[in-house]
Structure formats: C-alpha cells, structure tokens
Design a protein. Structure first.
Length: 95
C-alpha cells in the first residue's frame, strides 16, 4: 500500500466548519465548557440534580419576576452564597 494518502486533519476541519474559521487552541477548551459570546464570557456550564419541588419553585420564581431561569438561579445562589462570594473576592484582590 505504498500509494495510500495520508489523512489531512486541517483539510477535514475546513470542509466541515468552513475554510474561513480557525480551530480553537486546546488550552482554552481543556478545563471546562466555554460559553460563546460576550455575555457569557465569565460563565461556565454545569449540570446538577435538583429536587423536583426546588425546580418548580425556581421556574415559578423566574416566571413571576419575568427573568430567565439562569438569571433567577444566579440571583438565588448569590443571595445564599454571599459570605463565600465575599471571601473569593477578597482572595482575588489579595486582601
């Protein structure tokens, strides 16, 4: 099989996603899922199991406050984690 062609990874990528797009460096995607867009720049995607009653209450709260479920969950978590968020901020600022 002397005449067998080698697989061209770059050509395959360009044929799938388009010639004008560049691959994302591995170091950016290695740790955790990366959100796309400026709005999601400081966010990570996580998956957790919630009790059904908590899930229903969160959905109800989001509807009542006319916010997205993500915004509602972030708001509830920020209130509940206030003490720990302050500690993280202090550490980040080097206090």
């Amino acid at each position: 099989m002397a005449g067998k062609a080698k697989f061209d990874q770059e050509a395959a990528f360009k044929s799938i996603v388009g010639a004008d797009r560049q691959p994302v460096p591995e170091q950016e995607t290695a740790g955790q899922p990366v959100a796309v867009g400026a709005k999601n720049k400081n966010r990570v995607q996580r998956s957790y199991f919630l009790d059904r009653d908590i899930d229903k209450a969160l959905k109800r709260m989001a509807l009542d406050e006319e916010k997205s479920l993500t915004e509602t969950i972030n708001e509830v978590l920020r209130k509940g984690l206030k003490k720990y968020l302050e500690i993280c901020t202090e550490i980040k600022e080097g206090i």
